[in-house]
Design a protein around this ligand. Structure first.
Ligand code: ARG
Length: 458
C-alpha cells in the first residue's frame, strides 16, 4: 500500500518505481530525518495541533527507530520510495495509527530540505576538520625543514630559490581561505525550511521558531516557495568541495613531481605509496595521483547541480532529488582526500642531501647578480642585459654564473668585483629576500608564526 495511493487504482510500473525511488542513496539521511521529525512532532504537541500523548508516542517511536537504525536492525523498502516514507511506514508498524498524524502540517518537500540542511551542516564540520588536519601537517613539515632550500619555478622553469617551508606554507594560506569560505557557508546553511509544507505554507498554527531552536537554527526561510526550492547552499557546498580539491590537486601534482627521481626532493613513506605488479623497483605516488584524478568528479558534481537548477520553475520539482548523490559523493571524496594528503605530507621524507646539490649547475641566482649591478648604479634594464650575456657565456662554457672567472665577468661589466660571488651564493640569495611575505628565513619565520596563529585561532 502506497502512502499516497488513495487516488490510484493501478500499481506502479516496476521500472518507474526503481527510476523514481531515492531510498538507495537518501537512506543516509535517516538520522537527520528522525531528528527533524522529532522536532516537528514536539512542536505539533506543544501547539496543540496534536494531543500531548500523541506527540509523545510519536517521539518515543522515532527514538526507538533511531536506536534500531544505529544497531543496523532496520530494513528499508524500495516500494516506500525514499527515506521519509520508509520512516513513516516503519513508525506505523511500530506504534500504530497515531504515526499517521506525524505528517500533519508538513510535506516531503520541506522535510527533505530540512534533512539536507542538517546533513550539509555536519558535512561542513567534517570538511573543516579535514582542512585543519592538513593545515597542521603542512605547518609541522614546514617547521621541521626551515633550513631546506629548493628551486622555485615559474613556467616550471627554475626561477629563484626558495625555502621549502615557504613553498609548503603557500598551501596553508590556501587552506585557511577554504576554511573561511566553509565558515561563511555554515552561516548560509543556518536557515530553517520546515513549515513551508508543500510550497505555500500550512493552514495549521505551527511554531517554526520552536522547531528552528530545537534544531539549532538561528533563522527561518521567510518565503515558503524559496524554502522548498533553494539548493544554493548545496551549490556552495559543491563549490567549496571543488575549491578544496583544486588546492589538493595542485599539491598532489607537486608531490608526484617531487617524488620522481628527476626532482628527487622527497620520498613517500612506504605506508603511503604503492608498488608495481611488474617493475620491482617502483614506488608509486598513487594517493596524490588519485586525489588529482578525483578532482574531476567533484567538479562534475558542481556542474551537474548547476545544470539541474538552471531553468527549474518554482517550487518543488522531482529534478531536485538529483541534488543528493553528487553532494554526498563530493563530500565522501574530499574528506578522505584531506586525511590522506595530511598523512602523505606528514610521513614523507625530505631528501636534504640530494637537495644540497640541486643548484650545482643552475642559474636561479641570475636576478641577484642583476640586483648587485643595480646596487652599483646600473639601471635594472641594463643590468638584466649584462647578466643575460653572462648566462649565455656560462652556458657556452658548460658552467653556471659562479663558474665564470672575474675577468670573464668584467668583460661584460667593469662594475663586477670579487664580492659578486657572494651575491651568487644560493643561501645568500634566499636570505636577501627579506621583504614581508618573502622567502628569507627571517621572513618565513614570521610567516610561520602568523600561519600557526591563523590555524589555531580560526
Ligand atoms: N525524495 C524526494 C527528494 O529527494 C523527497 C521529496 C519528494 N517530494 C515530492 N513531492 N515527490 O527530493
Amino acid at each position: 500500500m502506497k502512502l499516497w495511493g488513495g487516488r490510484f487504482s493501478e500499481d506502479t510500473n516496476q521500472l518507474v518505481l526503481e527510476y523514481t525511488a531515492s531510498i538507495s542513496f537518501d537512506k543516509r539521511l535517516f538520522p537527520y530525518d528522525i531528528r527533524g521529525s522529532i522536532a516537528h512532532a514536539r512542536m505539533l504537541g506543544q501547539t496543540g495541533i496534536l494531543a500531548p500523548h500523541e506527540a509523545r508516542a510519536i517521539i518515543d517511536g522515532l527514538e526507538s527507530l533511531l536506536a534500531d537504525y544505529e544497531a543496523g536492525k532496520l530494513e528499508f523498502r524500495l516500494e516506500d520510495e525514499d527515506v521519509h516514507m520508509n520512516v513513516e511506514r516503519l513508525l506505523t508498524e511500530r506504534i500504530g495509527d497515531v504515526a499517521k498524524k506525524l505528517h500533519t502540517a508538513r510535506s516531503r518537500n520541506d522535510q527533505v530540505a530540512l534533512d539536507m540542511h542538517l546533513w550539509a551542516r555536519d558535512a561542513v564540520d567534517e570538511l573543516l576538520a579535514g582542512v585543519k588536519r592538513l593545515e597542521r601537517a603542512l605547518v609541522s613539515v614546514a617547521e621541521r625543514h626551515l633550513d631546506v632550500i629548493v628551486p622555485g619555478f615559474t613556467h616550471l622553469q627554475r626561477a629563484q630559490p626558495v625555502l621549502f617551508a615557504h613553498h609548503l606554507l603557500a598551501y596553508v594560506w590556501m587552506l585557511l581561505r577554504d576554511e573561511r569560505r566553509l565558515l561563511a557557508l555554515k552561516d548560509e546553511i543556518d536557515r530553517m525550511p520546515l513549515g513551508a509544507a508543500a510550497l505555500a505554507g500550512t493552514t495549521f498554527p505551527i511554531d517554526r521558531e520552536m522547531v528552528a531552536e530545537e534544531l539549532g537554527f538561528t533563522r527561518l526561510y521567510e518565503n515558503s516557495m524559496d524554502a522548498v526550492s533553494d539548493r544554493d547552499y548545496l551549490l556552495g557546498l559543491l563549490f567549496n568541495c571543488a575549491t578544496v580539491m583544486t588546492h589538493l590537486s595542485r599539491l598532489a601534482e607537486e608531490m608526484v613531481l617531487w617524488s620522481s627521481e628527476e626532482f628527487g626532493w622527497i620520498e613517500l613513506s612506504d605506508a603511503y605509496a604503492t608498488g608495481s605488479s611488474i617493475m620491482p623497483q617502483k614506488k608509486n605516488p598513487d594517493v596524490p595521483e588519485l586525489v588529482r584524478g578525483k578532482t574531476g568528479r567533484v567538479y562534475g558534481h558542481l556542474m551537474g547541480l548547476l545544470t539541474v537548477l538552471k531553468g527549474l520553475p518554482l517550487a518543488y520539482n522531482k529534478d531536485l532529488q538529483e541534488d543528493k548523490e553528487g553532494a554526498f559523493d563530493a563530500v565522501d571524496t574530499v574528506v578522505p582526500a584531506l586525511e590522506l594528503m595530511a598523512g602523505t605530507v606528514e610521513t614523507m621524507k625530505v631528501r636534504r642531501e640530494r637537495l644540497q646539490h640541486a643548484f650545482a649547475r643552475d642559474f636561479s641566482n641570475a636576478t641577484d647578480l642583476a640586483d648587485y649591478l643595480v646596487r652599483k648604479g646600473l639601471p635594472f634594464r641594463e643590468a638584466h642585459e649584462v647578466v643575460g650575456r653572462l648566462v649565455a657565456d656560462a652556458l657556452a662554457k658548460g658552467t653556471n654564473l659562479a663558474g665564470l672567472s672575474l675577468e670573464e665577468m668584467r668583460a661584460r661589466s667593469p662594475l663586477i668585483d670579487e664580492d659578486a660571488y657572494e651575491a651568487l651564493d644560493i643561501a645568500r640569495v634566499v636570505e636577501a629576500r627579506q621583504s614581508r611575505g618573502g622567502t628569507a628565513p627571517s621572513a618565513v619565520r614570521l610567516q610561520l608564526a602568523l600561519a600557526k596563529e591563523a590555524v589555531e585561532g580560526q
